[in-house]
Each structure stands twice: as C-alpha cells, then as structure tokens.
Design a protein around this ligand. Sequence first.
Ligand SMILES: [Zn+2]
Ligand SMILES: [Zn+2]
Length: 144
Amino acid sequence: MTAVPLLGSCLCSGVRYQIDGPLSPIDLCHCSMCRKAHGTAYSSNAVAAAADFRWLAGIALLTEYASSPHRRKYFCRQCGSQLQIRRTDRPEIVVVCMGSLDSPTDSRPAHHVFCDARADWDEPGTDLPRYRIYPGHEPEDTPA
Ligand SMILES: [Zn+2]
Ligand SMILES: [Zn+2]
C-alpha cells in the first residue's frame, strides 16, 4: 500500500506539494491540450481529494492557465513543470500530474484517453526496445 504523505515537486524544486491520501488509477491523456502543455505524446494524471492536497513551498512561482472553460493548469513559471489541473466544476478534486510525483505510489496506468486526438507519430502498442538509460550507455549495454 502506498505510504502517505505523498510528496511532489517541480523540476527546479521551487514548488513542492504534499498529498495526505490516496491517488486514483492513472489516466494517460492524449488530448491536444495535454500534449502541448507537457510536450509529450500524452500526459499521466491521477486524481486526489482536494482536501488531501496542499502546497508546501513555491506558491509565488505557480502560474495558472485556463486550458478550457472548466480547467486550470498549474505550472511552475520558473521551470515550466506541469504540476496540477483543477476543475472549476469539480472543486472537491485535484488532478495530479504524475511526472511531478517524487514518492513511490501504487497507482498504475488504467487506460489511454482522448486517443482520437493522439499525435500521428505516436504509435500505440508498438513494442519498442526499452533501455534502463539510453542505447550505448547501459551498464551491460543490453536492453533492459
Ligand atoms: Zn520549478
Ligand atoms: Zn488531456
């Protein structure tokens, strides 16, 4: 079982947060807003109770962007890390951008969503080689 509190932070460590409760399974979101905001093929997001979430440091570094009428994306204006999405129509929850989480968690990806909006170069289901570090830089120089 996941130990709480869960801790998270941005790339520059200026913004830090704590979650005193469970996370939902993880959505892998291919929507165009997530792809743009995260600079990735898809974002990795889980839901926590808003009552369990608190910022520990760096509130002055937080910037919010209204990505759609009911969504506010929170990110660090110093390093650009996406940290949280708030839904103004569901104030009781927060959406945690899982790449910012520092603590281990039992939450695992549950599904891919908004797949109709996926990037054309993003080929789902491809069984590409996986490296622990990078080709040519593996401890034993073999795929993991
Ligand atoms: Zn930062
Ligand atoms: Zn999305």
